[in-house]
Design a protein around this ligand. Structure first.
Ligand code: GTP
Ligand code: MG
Length: 138
């Protein structure tokens, strides 16, 4: 069965939106296979965001992701990888369509990093790699 890694990033956890994100995943019809509140480490984030190393937003992104706990979620169901990306909306919350998680719940806070509430794996290869990082042994 298809699985994706969803993260409720530290801004979402701090704002009390973890339940709202889980609600939208379940309301769409996907199943929760694992849910765990975790404090990310520099090592975990270096692996998770390896593709972004060297970009101007990399250091602020890692600093932001270290700023508090993250809710790590494995969601499953046919089409869940693109399906959750669609639920999340565009990366930039200002541009994300209403009806999406980022469009309904996110905004520009004037910071160096886009605090956009959630992460979702972008391909089957990313999903397998990221689930292995956040849930070793699952
Ligand atoms: P994720 O699901 O979090 O991976 O988001 P994404 O796939 O929509 O974005 P991407 O993987 O390209 O970037 C990862 C994260 O880096 C984003 O979610 C943002 O938090 C941040 N980010 C990406 N692009 C930019 C950018 O151009 N400027 C800034 N400030 N932050 C960015
Ligand atoms: Mg991404």
């Amino acid at each position: 069965v298809e699985r994706t890694l969803v993260l409720v990033k530290p801004d979402g956890v701090r704002r009390g939106l973890s339940g709202e994100v889980l609600r939208r995943i379940e309301a769409k019809g996907y199943t929760l296979a694992a849910v765990e509140l975790k404090q990310a480490t520099t090592e975990l984030l270096a692996a998770h965001y390896a593709e972004h190393e060297g970009k101007p937003f990399y250091a602020p992104l890692v600093e932001f992701m270290l700023s508090g706990p993250t809710l790590a979620v494995v969601a499953e169901g046919q089409g869940v990888i693109p399906g959750f990306r669609s639920l999340a909306g565009a990366t930039n919350p200002t541009e994300a369509a209403p009806g999406t998680i980022r469009g309904d719940l996110g905004r520009d806070w004037g910071l160096k990093v886009q605090q956009n509430l959630v992460h979702g794996s972008d391909s089957p290869e990313s999903a397998a790699r990221e689930i292995g990082l956040w849930f070793p042994g699952l």
